[in-house]
Design a binder for this molecule. Structure first.
Ligand code: ATP
Ligand code: MG
Length: 423
């Protein structure tokens, strides 16, 4: 075959639509229940937007962005994530002049140049929540709860919320210094990627996926020992909310994960991830946190914010294991017994569709072949159109999934047809 989908991309085929819809619906309905509203931003932005927000030294900006000069010489990147775009839109469209916080959600494709593997693609989808304009831990809890409700609707087993607090930027500076002291003892044992991180962003070593580093990091200093009183109180307040949720919902489990720092520069205070054992090494379903400095970095007013992004493919892959795909997508196939009735059949088909009966006209073939077609596409019924039927102003219906007799119905009484279909 001369052409294939680019590495790390895939096609969503008709059989899969239902699962994708189910996930999207769970996301949209839950977001709306919490008063969140849809926002959509372009799939590409000026590269500088991501460099400034996600961070120059992050994996995403360093290695994973699809960047190019467009024909006007502008450096453009396909969005690797959507928080930066939403914040840009928030400022540009003056949303800070509306009642805050702005409760926003988005859904759409993201692009990262990664090594493709199960649950990791180069074009993938994210659903995300951004709550912009409120500093209190109440909304940290709110976004964590939205995520939990989505995962519950999708019936994910064994999900655990991991939380941590990074404190503010000054806390992070002190903590980074402390981390450097710690890792300097193990510098020769660290793999090359993590040695490089040591100088530039020691926090990122905690995020490493290398086994040796994970082992070494077990005894690393903990962020919570370095954060300010204000950040501590914020964190404790969130924990109170989480404890309350655990006590009323026995399925909800959380743990404080001291190594959780998240791979993007813009987070402060609360960071969190939901992980699921059943996903294996690509176990993170969604991640998020507070990003109070971001709007100001982008030239807006100082505006605190919190949000998360969920990987849709990881949810879809998990659901695929448990769902029987609905094969019935057509109600009626018209079997046209004489070719001179094709034009009339097209009109009958339109009439059925006007009554929301999903209808296909069988191809110009023998009656036997038309019947085979109707069976092969799993139509609920075959509808015979011949001279005799039309003269009597009737349609002759045969239900295909059960061995039924033919039933005649009045051509002018489609409601009778609908009753038969739903019986
Ligand atoms: P990971 O540690 O798995 O690389 P990340 O920290 O890069 O994740 P985020 O940027 O927080 O991920 O994105 C949020 C979610 O988006 C992830 O938890 C994951 O479910 C999904 N995601 C991220 N990258 C990919 C990808 N390349 N393919 C599919 N899903 C992805
Ligand atoms: Mg990543």
């Amino acid at each position: 075959m001369p052409f294939q989908a680019p590495r790390g991309t895939f096609d969503i085929l008709p059989d899969e639509e239902e699962i994708w819809n189910k996930v999207q619906q769970a996301c949209f309905e839950t977001a709306r229940l919490f008063g969140y509203r849809y926002i959509e931003t372009p799939v590409f932005e000026e590269s500088g937007l991501f460099q400034r927000t996600v961070g120059e030294n992050t994996d995403i900006v360093e290695k994973e962005m699809y960047s190019f000069d467009d024909k006007g010489g502008e450096n453009i990147s396909l969005r690797p994530e959507n928080t930066a775009g939403v914040c840009r839109a928030f400022i540009e469209n003056g949303l800070h002049n509306t009642t805050l916080p702005s409760r926003l959600f988005y859904y759409g494709p993201m692009f990262r140049y990664e090594r493709p593997q199960s649950g990791r693609y180069r074009q993938f989808h994210q659903f995300g929540i951004e709550c912009i304009g409120e500093a209190s831990p109440d909304v940290d809890y709110e976004v964590i709860k939205i995520a939990w409700d989505v995962l519950k609707i999708l019936d994910f087993g064994n999900v655990v919320l991991n939380v941590n607090s990074l404190g503010d930027s000054q806390d992070r500076y002190l903590y980074s210094e402390e981390l450097k002291k710690y890792y300097s003892k193990y510098l020769n044992d660290l793999p090359r990627v993590d040695q490089l991180r040591f100088e530039r962003s020691p926090l990122r070593i905690l995020d490493s996926k290398e086994d040796i580093t994970i082992k070494i990091s077990e005894d690393a200093p903990k962020t919570l020992d370095f954060i300010s009183t204000e950040s501590s109180i914020h964190h404790e307040n969130l924990i109170l909310n989480l404890d309350q949720l655990s006590s009323i919902d026995k399925e909800f489990k959380y743990k404080i994960n001291h190594r959780l720092v998240r791979g993007l520069d813009y987070y402060n205070k609360t960071v969190f991830e939901y992980t699921s054992d059943s996903l294996g090494p690509q176990g993170v379903l969604l991640g998020g946190g507070r990003y109070d400095p971001l709007i100001k970095i982008l030239g807006g007013q100082d505006t605190p914010a919190v949000g998360f992004a969920m990987g849709i493919e990881r949810a879809v892959n998990e659901l695929k294991k448990n769902i029987d795909i609905e094969k019935n997508y057509v109600d009626a196939v018209l079997i046209v017994t004489n070719d001179d009735l094709r034009i009339q059949s097209a009109q009958i088909a339109n009439n059925l569709r006007n009554h929301k009966i999903r209808t296909i006209i069988a191809p110009r073939k023998s009656i036997k072949a038309q019947m085979r077609f109707a069976n092969n596409i799993n139509s609920k019924c075959a509808v015979f159109i011949g001279h005799d039927e039309l003269e009597a102003n009737k349609l002759s219906i045969k239900l295909l999934q059960e061995k039924s007799e033919q039933i005649d119905i009045d051509l002018n009484d489609i409601s009778q047809f609908k009753k038969i279909l739903s019986s």
